[in-house]
Design a protein around this ligand. Sequence first.
Ligand SMILES: Nc1ncnc2c1ncn2[C@@H]1O[C@H](COP(=O)(O)OP(=O)(O)O)[C@@H](O)[C@H]1O
Ligand SMILES: [Mg+2]
Length: 491
Amino acid sequence: MRFAQAGLKISLYTRFMFAITFILIFIVGSILLLVERREVRTIFEQSKVRGILKAQNIADLNLEGLKFWDSTGIQTNIDRELNDQLIYVVIFDRFRQLYVSAGLAGDAEDIKVSRLPVRVTENLSVDRRLDFTLNGRSVPLIEIEIPVFAGGSPEPDYWGSVKVGLSLEEIYSEIRRTRWMLILIGCSGFLLGLVGAGLLARRITGPMKTLVEGTRRISRGDFSQTIPLRSRDEIGGLARSFNEMTRDLLETRQRMEDANRKLIQAEKLASIGRISATIAHEIRNPLTSVKLNIQKLLENESLGEEEKEHLDISQEGIGLIEKFIKELLNFTRVSDLNLERFSIQQIIDESLKILRNIFQQKRIVLERSCPSDLPAVVVDGDKLRQVFLNILRNSVEAVDEGGKIALAVSLAKENSVKKIRIRISDNGCGIAEKDWENIFEPFFTTKPSGFGLGLSNARKIVEQHMGSIKVVKKKGKGTAFEIRIPCEVEP
Ligand SMILES: Nc1ncnc2c1ncn2[C@@H]1O[C@H](COP(=O)(O)OP(=O)(O)O)[C@@H](O)[C@H]1O
Ligand SMILES: [Mg+2]
């Protein structure tokens, strides 16, 4: 919303309101002007009709007097007729000479002349507006002159004319009142229009603002919020497409981050693999000879108890080093999947069987839930067992004596791909949220004698199966892992 040339920033709302104000002023102004003109014309027409009726009335009242030229009687009559409205009455004879008049000041020469045209018919009248000086005060009035027909037979002859001057003061004040009323109506209409336009503009520009805010947030890389627009109109549609776009962008970004992470992970694993192969090679041979020599020494009967104990400790140490090398090699070895049809239940059972002793020792309560109609999965059974073993072992290590471990299996559909969802949770010490991703890094461990390879190995295997593994939120203390594995793994 920028005036490019001027560099001036005027909001859409302001521009809209300016335009509406101009349009309203124009429309309301024109309507008021038209109505006012019509009103004023009608008021004048009415006063003219009233004037004609008044003049006719005076002529009718004095018809006898006119017939018999009784100027005194007529004078008395018309003097009586004068009031606030009727300012003057003038009667002319057929030669347009003044016959009788009432209410005229001596200087009103112009009024003392008849205005009727030479050819006079019954339904003829002339009128004009003028200012009349009454008792030193200027009074606006309308003057009407009508012809009078009296005497004659069978048709009355043209006798002369009657002219009346009617005050317009009251009519002018009525016009003023009408004008004020129209202005009031106009202003109310204008204000109502303005309020309506304001609301409409807000309804249009409000969502726009939200959209602009949303785009700004996205450009800053914040995809977390959607635009809360639920209207069914075009703006609602725009918001919907905007939200869809945000969702798509977020998904794409997550996919990219995931791909990036996998790439880094693969590189890391490759270099760990190379290093561990070298270490294994360099350590294993001398270690074997150390182990053999210790065994030989232990066979010597003349050794004292204390010396034997030292040798036992050394042997234990060597066992630990061997175990580490084995784990390391196992971790870095990338082998193809040996896919077979399995029931997931069976793989879980096998893992639990291996851990049965530790479960019993720690008196761990196991809760299991699994629907009976789960489809079979095509997976590498040995490798998947390794995954469950690694996770369950961690849970066993995390819980106190008598702790609880829950195992729930269900079916899920993700992008029309059927997946088995396995949730393994415990009420152990839990993992800080900041470490939810770190725990899958190789060598990340918080245990004094841990290698930090279990979860990293589990993720490697699950991802080989096109699945996913992550820590999820859980109620209460402890940790919950969620594993998703497609029922059919594409080789
Ligand atoms: N169920 C769990 N409860 C608490 N912490 C866990 C759990 N599972 C994993 N962890 C954390 O993740 C780390 C990495 O686990 P893992 O890769 O199996 O390595 P290790 O068990 O050798 O430490 C652990 O050291 C522990 O801090
Ligand atoms: Mg572990």
